[in-house]
Design a protein around this ligand. Structure first.
Ligand SMILES: [Zn+2]
Length: 293
């Protein structure tokens, strides 16, 4: 099966009541781990790039590596652009062969967010490329830290705006996006104190639209809350921070034990890769996406 459309993938998740795992994969190690774990678990998988991963010449390296990875497995794979902040990045990725793009104009006013997303839909839909938007705003940082997480290496952005059900219908009518990221209490990055998802709000959002709903900031969200959100209609969950944390922590410990820094890269990466793959398996179990293919 290998590469399938974003729309087809999310439609199946809605029909069979699970969530597709989307992993941001910054390099070939992450790509390979994601597709091999997906194959092992019988799960569909969305491989996503963040704008930083595909800056300049990196786009060609990223796309060709991810496309190759997708071709090595028989489970459904979709190549997706996560959190583009401008239309040009979306069209560049559409042109090279991605199956879907997310334009994140969620920090802007409703009207501008809507018109920008509608424009992306006009530019890529005739090629069958899916478009994800975000309404409301999922903040970034280290949630619960007094300074908002300035050491996180991410854009510090503490302004969560929960998604208003009343605005969703109009947004979908105006834009015709294929998936909508909603803000119901998660944040990007690392939690110091556990988040509390607004499940009643999610139920209302689910009632007003049939468009697949997406949960960003899945890393660190307690398992029971993630499963409840999926039971209430979340069809895609994004994961990044937990994967990088597992890899980086294991690498740090390995190098500290080792003491000298000249060991072969493949040797050094073995334990970090195994730790990251274990997080991937856990997420697929949690999302109910295993054994589907
Ligand atoms: Zn996100």
């Amino acid at each position: 099966m290998a590469i399938v459309s974003f729309q087809e993938m999310l439609a199946d998740a809605q029909k069979r009541h699970y969530a597709v795992p989307m992993f941001d994969v910054s390099n070939t190690t992450m790509m390979r781990s994601a597709v091999e774990v997906a194959q092992e678990m019988g799960s569909p998988i969305i491989l996503a790039s963040l704008p930083l991963d595909i800056d300049g010449a990196s786009l060609g390296y990223w796309f060709n590596s991810a496309f190759y990875a997708a071709k090595q497995v028989s489970v459904p794979v979709c190549l997706h652009l996560d959190h583009a902040l401008d239309i040009a990045t979306c069209t560049k990725c559409a042109d090279i062969g991605y199956q879907s793009v997310m334009l994140d104009a969620s920090a802007k006013e409703f009207a501008e967010n809507s018109s920008l997303c509608a424009e992306v839909v006009r530019m890529v839909h005739d090629r069958g490329i899916g478009v994800e938007a975000e309404l409301g705003h999922v903040a970034s940082g280290i949630t619960g830290a007094a300074d908002g997480g300035s050491e996180n290496g991410m854009l510090k952005d503490a302004n969560t705006v929960l998604t208003e059900p009343d605005s969703v219908v109009r947004f979908i009518e105006e834009t015709h996006v294929d998936a909508l990221a909603v803000s119901i209490g998660t944040t990007h990055g690392v939690y110091i104190s556990a988040p509390k998802l607004d499940i009643p709000r999610l139920k209302k959002l689910r009632q007003v639209t049939d468009v697949p709903l997406v949960l960003h900031g899945g890393s660190g969200t307690p398992a029971d809350q993630l499963q409840e959100a999926i039971a209430e209609g979340i069809a895609k969950v994004n994961i990044y921070s937990e994967l990088t944390a597992a890899w980086n922590t294991t690498m740090r410990d390995f190098l500290n034990k080792r003491g000298q820094m000249t060991c072969w890269f493949a040797v050094a990466c073995a334990e970090p890769d195994a730790a990251m793959r274990e997080r991937m398996r856990e997420k697929m179990h949690l999302f109910g996406s295993t054994g589907k293919y």
